[in-house]
Design a protein around this ligand. Structure first.
Ligand code: BG6
Ligand code: MG
Length: 213
């Protein structure tokens, strides 16, 4: 096996919660009269909740206090969690599920490296609670992607060095975090067109060929 472990980003990689982030932020941006579209949304991928809000407010001329910002972020999170509560194991695609199980059968260790504080809820909703060998998420880090902390933390829990692990990401910030931490990376979706990752995936199960090589 080329890698002993794969560290997966969660939103936009394991499941399509990235769209729910977009819908919840869009609702807030519309209320504030701030322009928000899929291009701005791509900049929020992998970035923490409060940093995402700062990016959205770049286009706003209103002065907003830190208390108001906290309230806005909380409102967005409440909206977002309404979507999460409606998720179930049906939101885990057959392709992702099959690939994860094939990697596990090949004795590859599997971890999550996500900026999201909602990671435990999402994993529980899609039926992956307790599945991963290590979880490093928004609750256990001080600096969000592109800082490598979240992936270094995951590799540390697995007892492996970055060169033994492959990071899978849909975010430019996530690919930069992998590079900064000394990890090889596989980009999917939005990140695949940036040309910064070690590999670009057309499909999630392309991972099997990469890890086995
Ligand atoms: C990342 C998402 O996984 O988590 C970002 O790509 C999001 O868009 C970040 O802002 C933080 O998520 P949460 O669930 O803690 O608000
Ligand atoms: Mg992501």
């Amino acid at each position: 096996m080329k890698y002993k472990a794969v560290i997966f980003d969660l939103d936009g990689v394991i499941c399509f919660t990235d769209h729910y982030h977009y819908l919840a932020w869009k609702q807030l941006a519309d209320k504030l009269g701030v322009p928000f579209d899929e291009t701005i949304n791509d900049r929020l991928r992998g970035v923490s909740r409060m940093e995402s809000l700062d990016i959205i407010l770049e286009k706003s001329s209103i002065s907003i206090s830190s208390e108001q910002k906290l309230e806005m972020a909380e409102n967005k999170n409440n909206l977002y969690r309404e979507f999460l509560y409606k998720m179930s194991s049906k939101d885990l695609t057959e392709e992702v599920s099959r690939t994860l199980h094939s990697l596990r059968d090949k004795k590859c260790l599997l971890a999550i490296g996500s900026s999201s504080k909602n990671t435990p809820l999402i994993l529980e909703r899609i039926g992956l609670d307790g599945f991963f060998d290590a979880i490093s998420d928004g609750n256990s880090i001080a600096r969000s992607k592109p800082d490598p902390e979240v992936f270094l933390n995951a590799a540390g829990i697995l007892g492996l060095s970055p060169s033994d692990c492959l990071v899978v990401e849909d975010a430019g910030a996530g690919i930069e975090a992998a590079i900064a931490g000394g990890f090889d990376s596989a980009a999917i979706g939005a990140a695949a067109s940036l040309g910064r990752a070690t590999y670009n995936l057309n499909r999630f199960d392309d991972l099997l060929k990469i890890v086995e090589a």
